[in-house]
Design a protein around this ligand. Sequence first.
Ligand code: ADP
Ligand code: MG
Ligand code: MG
Ligand code: MG
Ligand code: MG
Length: 439
Amino acid sequence: MTDVSTMLQRIKDDKVKFIRLQFSDIQGQIKNVAIPEAQAEKAMTDGISFDGSSIEGFARIEESDMVLKPDLETYAVLPWRKDIVAARFICDVYMPDGTPFEGDPRYILKKVLKEAADMGYTFNTGPELEFFLFKMIDGKPSTEFKDQGGYFDLAPTDLAEDVRRDIVLALTDMGFDVEASHHEVAQSQHEIDFKYGDALKMADNVITFRFVAKTIALLNNLNATFMAKPVFGINGSGMHTNCSLSKNGENAFYDPDTPLQLSDVAMHFIAGVLSHSKSITRIANPTINSYKRLVPGYEAPVYISWSASNRTALIRVPAPRGKSTRVELRSPDPTCNPYLTFAAILAAGLEGMKKEMQPPAGAKQNIFALSEEERNLAHIDTLPGDLITANKYFMEDELLCNLFGKHVVSGIDDLARIEWDNFRTTVHPWEVEQYLSRY
Ligand code: ADP
Ligand code: MG
Ligand code: MG
Ligand code: MG
Ligand code: MG
């Protein structure tokens, strides 16, 4: 634990002039207030007040005075600000009376992490973020590819490769332990993987990752987009979330004495997540566009199933065991709010453990190759196909609604309805193309 005086010294040593206090709204969009270095001590002791009413899904006017308190463990210098040094902290949001703000997504994750801790567990996640690097045209983001590479391709003459390297360098400077970065399947699509860790830190990392990738891309006149399915006909971007629990420093999902080397805890966790998977979808896939990724044919999951042997299932158990034993939830996409997504996954998994739930038999073959009839026989259900359906499942999910609290639940519900109404009443180019001359 870093204390205030150590932190102040570090800020001085780093010659920091400005400090950005960051937090995120319900949608996981990063917000920030900049303060001069002279305010650092006050921020760390009393906190900094701000008007929450002007932030999406935050406070109502009558309770608009909120307080930001930096989490000292999240200190990082922004590596691209070379002239005037700036640093950031990720903050917790409090009410004026000092109680945590129940609408703060970071607080919601902390609540369920505490519950896991009380049971003796640490929740680890390893999110794999995919994104596209598109050209900026006349100062505006486009969907024009920057490169034509494919999976694991090396394109040494391509600017995209250099930009990805610069993103990795910036992340490393900010304390990320980057494990790998590679070109993804689609043109201009990339993935950067960093080492898994405690879910709170990883959710902070996801927020930072998106912010860094966008910033570095823009400095190179490119747009990094985390939109789930920016181009029809090619793979969308996912945020596979690798999950494990540890207890007393040991991986609690590993049991060398079972046929799959998976512990009871792992099986219960899988069962819990599967049983809440429809409502989790609302959180892990929060945009209208998210559902255009969750379709057959592009490596994204559609069917509610798990498997230790193939990548077509919603939950895959990757081959490594021992310390690396984990389950990979393949539905989340990188537009999600990582705090709420990890919170929802963990709450579902813990429920599976408490109720000692058992998952159905794991899928042995490619589920997409099965006919509808075969899937029905195997009782393989389907993820919700659109935002409003997913929202309905979420609103009916007592476990998740209780965890998220009234404030966030009504915000989530409103957001889905507004987006859906906008989308459904808009006349899309596809419709014009189909009908304009035909009728
Ligand atoms: P894939 O084979 O699905 O492409 P990657 O190698 O890209 O997988 O990413 C795997 C992720 O899983 C990394 O972020 C890694 O740190 C993480 N991971 C490894 N072990 C664990 C664990 N025990 N718990 C959670 N995540 C883990
Ligand atoms: Mg990967
Ligand atoms: Mg990999
Ligand atoms: Mg990938
Ligand atoms: Mg993966």
